[in-house]
Design a binder for this molecule. Structure first.
Ligand code: PMP
Length: 407
């Protein structure tokens, strides 16, 4: 029995009624971005119709409303990820900006010549490139945790990488290319036993699994609003209070200062210190509406439903002749990457699009992990809780037809 009424849930997402090439849209591109429930769309409209202002609380009535909405959103994020205080929640544009903030601020202060930063082979480019840039600047080194043939990280190899030069371990919790759920709790615990700081990339995990900063105990956790049914242009850096307090600003300007003269500037405490200029106020408020929506359905219910759906899709895709599933770890979320003999991934994507089915094809901004499997591209359906078995059947039918006329 499904833990919620999926057809009722689908009615909350107006875009799911859209027609593409004469067929009702099937959205299997949730790892790229998710759709927005009416509650989020309404919240954005309400903000602009009734609360819009810059956030200088004391200035006037609308400023107070906008400030309350924005700071209320920070509290919702805090509750959703189980952070200890709102001072630990920094609003940024998304996961990419979040990793860059940590690299430019914490990294600039704490990474030096000969130091090492550990990432995994599964990382999205957003969790590779900023560290590579920092390493080049500082004369530091990037080390990579290898994965096995199922696409899971090899923990013993990780332990061997840790040494006295290691300063940071930065890993994704769920791979956007393969769907692997990485054992980040173990990875964080082991790093901390070595006195090493950690960053967990939650871009692909927060919408599928419960995350709790108290249990996970990571130093940093980052995610994007648009991948959890919220707006684009808003994301979060969670940082432990004592870690953020010890970090310099990474951008200078208005809002983040306590006092400025031409001789010197006194910066605000976190999180304000890291939010220079006018932020994305409305979309932070929209993100809070999205998190509240997820809380109403229940993230455990969502995870359970999606897990059954992914199993169903895997069981129906695997036997199709010529289909090779990429990423077969025991613990997976949402993503079913594959290639089809005799076809380029773009051709498979186009055939699916012809039937109204949206999937991502290409390298998914994760070239190293695809190359680990000898590939430059895959077809990547990725599921959310508003998807159904009937939609999976529609995809399977198209792939089976292509496989049948294989060249
Ligand atoms: N990390 C992972 C694991 C991702 O899947 C993505 C988005 N595909 C990012 C980082 C980057 O997120 P954004 O583009 O929202 O900044």
């Amino acid at each position: 029995h499904p833990p919620f009424d999926v057809h009722a849930v689908r009615r909350d997402f107006p875009i799911l009624q859209e027609r593409v090439n004469g067929r009702q849209l099937v959205w299997f591109d949730n790892a790229a971005t998710t759709h927005k429930p009416q509650a989020v769309i309404d919240r954005l409209a309400h903000f602009y119709a009734h609360e819009n202002s810059n956030i200088h609380r004391a200035a006037h009535a609308l400023a107070a409303r906008a400030t309350d909405a924005y700071e209320g959103a920070r509290e919702t994020v805090r509750r959703f990820i189980g952070a200890a205080s709102v001072e630990e929640i920094v609003f940024v544009r998304g996961t990419t900006e979040a990793v860059n903030l940590v690299a430019k601020s914490w990294g600039a202060k704490n990474i030096g010549e000969g130091d090492e930063i550990i990432v995994s082979h599964l990382e999205h480019h957003a969790n590779i490139v900023p560290w590579q840039q920092l390493a080049a600047e500082k004369g530091a080194k990037l080390r990579v945790i290898p994965v096995d043939d199922s696409g899971q990280v090899i923990l013993e190899a990780y332990q061997r990488l840790l040494n006295s030069r290691t300063k940071l371990v930065s890993v994704t919790q769920v791979s956007n290319a393969l769907g692997t759920v990485v054992p980040v709790q173990e990875i964080v615990d082991i790093a901390h036993r070595h006195g090493v700081r950690t960053l967990v990339d939650g871009a692909q995990s927060v919408s599928h699994l419960r995350v709790d900063m108290q249990a996970l105990d990571t130093d940093f956790f980052v995610f994007s609003g648009h991948k959890i049914f919220g707006p684009t242009g808003i994301g979060v850096v969670y940082g432990k209070r004592e870690v953020l307090e010890d970090m310099p600003p990474w951008q200078g300007g208005g809002n983040m200062i306590a006092d400025v003269t031409f001789e010197r500037t006194v910066f605000h405490a976190p999180p304000t210190r890291f939010e220079a200029g006018t932020g994305n106020i409305a979309d932070a408020v929209g993100l809070a509406a999205a998190l509240e929506y997820v809380e109403r359905i229940g993230i455990e219910n969502i995870g359970r439903y999606e897990h059954a759906l992914l199993d169903y899709a895997t069981q129906h895709m695997r036997p199709i002749p010529g289909v090779r599933l990429v990423g077969t770890a025991r613990d997976k979320a949402s993503v079913l990457s594959f290639v089809l003999d005799g076809y380029g991934t773009g051709e498979v994507g186009q055939a699916l699009n012809q039937e109204g089915i949206a999937v991502r094809t290409g390298h998914h901004c994760a070239q190293p992990i695809l190359r680990r499997f000898g590939l430059e591209a895959t077809v990547r359906p990725s599921l959310a809780f508003y998807n159904t078995c009937e939609e999976v059947d529609r995809m399977v039918k198209v792939v089976r037809q292509l496989a049948g006329k294989r060249r």
